[in-house]
Design a protein around this ligand. Structure first.
Ligand code: ADP
Ligand code: G6P
Length: 469
C-alpha cells in the first residue's frame, strides 16, 4: 500500500504528552483523525520562526503519525502567513473584499514559502507515495514539486469556500493561482456550490472546458475537480463524550446552569463566524422575550486566532464592547446573560460542554463546512438532544437540513430560532437529531478521506497515455 503524505500549513495534532491539546481549527482536527489509520507523513510549518530559513526538518512521532515540520523565517511569516494567506486569500474567499489586502510583497512571500515547502518536502517523497496538499496557504506546492520533476499523484483539498468568479478576478494574479491548481491530479472542494464557482471561473475566464471523461481542461493541462464534504470522527466523539473528563465537565456545566438552559457557541475568534450577528440576535431574543430572560444563558467560547492581523484585533475589541453592552443591559445581581471565554479546551471538555447545551448557535457569514455543527450533534444525548441552529452560509447546511436553518444577517431569525429551540418538544428534538446524527455518522472524516484518496488513486499516473494534453 502506498504511503500518504499530507501537507498543510498548520501541523499540530492533539498530543497526549501535552494533555491532548492540539491546534484549534477544522483542518488540524480533521487531518489528525484522517491520518490515524494511514502510514505516512504529515508535513508542514512548525509554528515557529527563526532569523534565517534553513530548511531543516524536525521529525516527531505523535500518536502513530510521523510529523515533519520546518521553521519559517520572520519575513516569511509576515508576508506568507499573516500577509497573503490571512490578509488576502482568507478574507477574499469569505466574501470580505473590504478586508482584503492586495499587496505585491505578500504574493512574493507566498510564492517563496511554497517553493521552500516543496524543496524541503521533495526528498521525503518515495516513488509510490501519494501526496495530499491542504488549503489556501499551499496552492502552488504542486507546481513547485512538478518543476522539480516529482511525478507522483498529488491532490489538493480546499477547506474554505471557493468564491464567485467576480471576487476571484479582483486578485491581481488570479490566473496564476488557478493555473497552479491544474498541477494537481485532483482538486477537492467542500460543496457543490464551491465546485460550480470554480468551474464557472475556468469556463468563462480562461476558456476552459470539460472533456468527455468529466475532466477540466485548461492551460494545456487537465485535472479533475469534485466536492468531498468533510466530516468529523463521529464515533470517536460519541465515545469521548462518555469519558470521565467529559462527564465531569458536563456535571459542572449542569450545576452552574441548573435553573437555566445553556446555549453554546464555539468558534475561533474570526470575522467569518458571524459572532457579532449572533450576539445581536441573542440581544434581540432577550429584548423580545422578557419572560424567558431568566431561563437562559449563552456560553461563547472563542479562542483568539491570527491576533497579529488588524481585522482580528478590531473584531476582538468590538466583541468586548458588544458583550459589555448586552451584559450591562440584561444582567441581574445573580445572572450574567453571556459568559465569554477566549481560551481553548481539550476535546473531552468541549464534548461535555456541547452535551450540556440545549441549543448551539453556529452562525457563520461564510464557512467552508463548519465542524463545530457536526461535533455538537455527535455529542448529544440521544434521549434528550439539544437543537442545532445553523447558518445557511455554512457548507454544513447542505447536509444538515434538519437543523433550524437561519440567515445570520437577520437578528429576528436568530431570535425566533432561539425561542423555537428552547420550547421544542422532546419528540421533535429527537426526530431532528436522529436524522442529523445519521448524516454526521455516515459522512464522517473517514468517508471523506477514503473517498478523496480513492479518487486520487484512480487518476491516471504519469505513465498512463495521454496524461498531459
Ligand atoms: P474553523 O476550521 O474555521 O476554525 P470549524 O468549525 O470547521 O472552523 O473547526 C473548528 C475546530 O476547532 C473544531 O474541531 C472545534 O472543536 C475546534 N475548536 C474551536 N474552538 C475550540 C476551543 N476553544 N477549544 C478547543 N477546540 C476548539
Ligand atoms: C481554518 C483553515 C485552516 C486553519 C484553521 C486555523 O480551519 O481552513 O487552514 O489551520 O482555520 O487557523 P490558523 O491560521 O491558526 O492555522
Amino acid at each position: 500500500m502506498s504511503r500518504l503524505i499530507v501537507v498543510s500549513n498548520r501541523v499540530n495534532p492533539p498530543n497526549p504528552a501535552e494533555g491532548g491539546e492540539g491546534s484549534v481549527g477544522g483542518l488540524a482536527m480533521a487531518l489528525a483523525a484522517a491520518l490515524r489509520e494511514y502510514s505516512g507523513i504529515w508535513f508542514g510549518w512548525s509554528g515557529k520562526t527563526i532569523p534565517e530559513f534553513t530548511g531543516q526538518l524536525n521529525m516527531q512521532r505523535i500518536e502513530g503519525v510521523t510529523v515533519a515540520t520546518v521553521d519559517l523565517e520572520e519575513t516569511d511569516y509576515q508576508e506568507y502567513y499573516n500577509g497573503y494567506a490571512n490578509k488576502t486569500l482568507w478574507p477574499l474567499f469569505h466574501y470580505r473584499v473590504d478586508l482584503t489586502a492586495y499587496d505585491r510583497s505578500f504574493g512574493e512571500g507566498y510564492d517563496r514559502v511554497n517553493r521552500r515547502f516543496a524543496e524541503t518536502l521533495a526528498p521525503l517523497i518515495e516513488p509510490d507515495d501519494i501526496v495530499w496538499v491542504h488549503d489556501y496557504h499551499l496552492i502552488p506546492v504542486a507546481r513547485e514539486l512538478r518543476r522539480m520533476g516529482i511525478t507522483n499523484r498529488i491532490g489538493f483539498f480546499l477547506h474554505i469556500p471557493w468564491p464567485a468568479h467576480q471576487l476571484v478576478v479582483t486578485l491581481p494574479r488570479h490566473r496564476q493561482l488557478v493555473e497552479a491548481l491544474f498541477d494537481y491530479d485532483l482538486i477537492g472542494f467542500q460543496t457543490e456550490e464551491s465546485l460550480q464557482a470554480f468551474e464557472g471561473y475556468v469556463f468563462s475566464e480562461v476558456q476552459g472546458a470539460k472533456n468527455a471523461r468529466g475532466e477540466l481542461v485548461a492551460f494545456g493541462r487537465r485535472t479533475c475537480a469534485a466536492a468531498f464534504p468533510i466530516g468529523v470522527d463521529a464515533q470517536d466523539f460519541a465515545e469521548i463524550v462518555k469519558s470521565d473528563n467529559a462527564r465531569k465537565t458536563y456535571d459542572r456545566m449542569m450545576a452552574h446552569s441548573v435553573f437555566r438552559k445553556m446555549i453554546v457557541g464555539v468558534d475561533r475568534l474570526d470575522y467569518s463566524k458571524g459572532l457579532e450577528e449572533r450576539l445581536i440576535g441573542y440581544e434581540r431574543f432577550l429584548h423580545d422575550h422578557p419572560d424567558m430572560r431568566r431561563e437562559v444563558m449563552l456560553l461563547q467560547v472563542a479562542p483568539i486566532s491570527r491576533d497579529e492581523v488588524e481585522a482580528y484585533q478590531d473584531l476582538r475589541g468590538r466583541l468586548d464592547g458588544l458583550i459589555g453592552r448586552i451584559n450591562g443591559a440584561y444582567a441581574e445581581m445573580d445572572f450574567t446573560p453571556i459568559r465569554y471565554v477566549n481560551r481553548s479546551y481539550r476535546r473531552d471538555e468541549l464534548a461535555g460542554v456541547y452535551r450540556a447545551a440545549k441549543a448551539a448557535l453556529v452562525t457563520p457569514l461564510r464557512d467552508g463546512m463548519n465542524l463545530v455543527a457536526k461535533e455538537y450533534v455527535a455529542a448529544q444525548n440521544p434521549d434528550d438532544p439539544g437543537v442545532l441552529i445553523l447558518s445557511r452560509f455554512a457548507g454544513a447546511a447542505r447536509q444538515m437540513k434538519e437543523a433550524l436553518i437561519i440567515n445570520p444577517n437577520s437578528p429576528e431569525e436568530i431570535s425566533d430560532a432561539l425561542e423555537r429551540s428552547l420550547s421544542m418538544s422532546q419528540d421533535e428534538r429527537k426526530q431532528r437529531w436522529e436524522a442529523l446524527f445519521d448524516n454526521v455518522r455516515r459522512e464522517d472524516v473517514t468517508a471523506w478521506r477514503d473517498n478523496f484518496v480513492a479518487a486520487l488513486r484512480g487518476r491516471p499516473g504519469p505513465d498512463d497515455e495521454g496524461q498531459q494534453e
